[in-house]
Write a protein that binds this ligand. Structure first.
Ligand SMILES: [Zn+2]
Ligand SMILES: [Zn+2]
Length: 155
């Protein structure tokens, strides 16, 4: 059996619903009523259920990342503008959009998700991210660029 992010998100949704049901119920015993003081554990349970929902969504996010293959080209790019980064004093900046990253992004392998398959004239296949494809389009003559489906990016 395989665990998918969608299953975790569905469970998170059920935890949300349960949280709401408990809170609705507790509204029937506001402060001042005799029941209120005896429901402290139930109020705590509502908080825990709500946190459980958040944690399940967190796990779904982590699991989704597992299937994303990083680009891995030996230098970093701006995901939108490509080879437009300069690194200085521990900060990398895109010359076009001025977006900043901490650390020497330019000097590290690219961690953006693979979204393209590039096949050059002799049939060599390289997978890369949006930003790297921008540079490759300019540099590789006669190559074929194939956009990978979101769901199939890990295949
Ligand atoms: Zn940019
Ligand atoms: Zn890349």
């Amino acid at each position: 059996m395989t665990v998918t992010p969608a299953q975790l998100r569905a469970l998170a949704g059920r935890a949300d619903a349960l949280t709401a049901e408990v809170r609705d119920l507790l509204r029937g015993a506001p402060p001042g009523t005799p029941e209120h003081d005896h429901l402290a554990a139930a109020r705590q349970a509502a908080g825990l259920l709500s946190r459980g929902a958040e944690d399940l969504r967190l796990a779904a996010g982590e699991l989704a990342r597992l299937h994303v293959q990083p680009c891995g080209m030996p230098w970093g790019v701006c995901p939108e503008h490509g080879n437009t980064l300069s690194s200085r004093a521990g900060i990398s900046t895109c010359r076009v959009c001025r977006r900043e990253w901490s650390g020497d992004r330019l000097g590290r392998p690219c961690e953006e998700p693979v979204t393209w398959k590039v096949v050059d004239r002799v049939g060599t296949e390289t997978r890369m991210c949006d930003g790297h494809v921008l540079g490759a389009r300019a540099a590789v003559a006669g190559a074929t660029f194939i956009r990978l489906e979101e769901a199939g990016a890990h295949q």
